[in-house]
Design a protein. Structure first.
Ligand code: ZN
Length: 121
């Protein structure tokens, strides 16, 4: 499985500077060190590990949309749009009684597991 993590970079006052997602955290942070002007403000980084890249990407979009990191500004609008589009698609799928494709949806995960167990028996 393709695990990945979501990381949050904070400045010395605890303000959120940046949220990112990567399967190779250390390489990505090295990259930021080289090309992001805000890197010098970073004092603390929180890392959250996910089992799949989809879950991590979803958590990243949600975090960017809801936590408004200072330096995700360009990405913020598009992440928010993508997030809303996915939420809408999820709502429509649930209303139609089919499984949505949001990786972290526990409701559909339970439904899929149930169908799989019925198919297996
Ligand atoms: Zn669902």
């Amino acid at each position: 499985m393709n695990s990945a993590c979501v990381y949050r970079a904070y400045d010395e006052t605890g303000a959120l500077l940046y949220v990112g997602c990567s399967g190779r955290l250390l390489a990505r942070l090295d990259q930021h060190r080289g090309n992001k002007p805000w890197w010098s403000e970073v004092r603390h980084i929180d890392v959250q590990q996910f089992d799949s890249r989809d879950d991590a990407l979803e958590a990243e979009s949600a975090a960017i949309a809801s936590e408004s990191p200072r330096y995700n500004a360009d990405l913020h609008a598009s992440a928010e749009r993508a997030w809303k589009t996915r939420r809408l698609a999820q709502e429509v799928a649930h209303k139609r009684g089919v499984f949505c494709n949001v990786a972290s949806c526990s409701r559909c995960a339970r439904g899929r597991a149930y169908e799989a167990s019925r198919a297996a028996s």
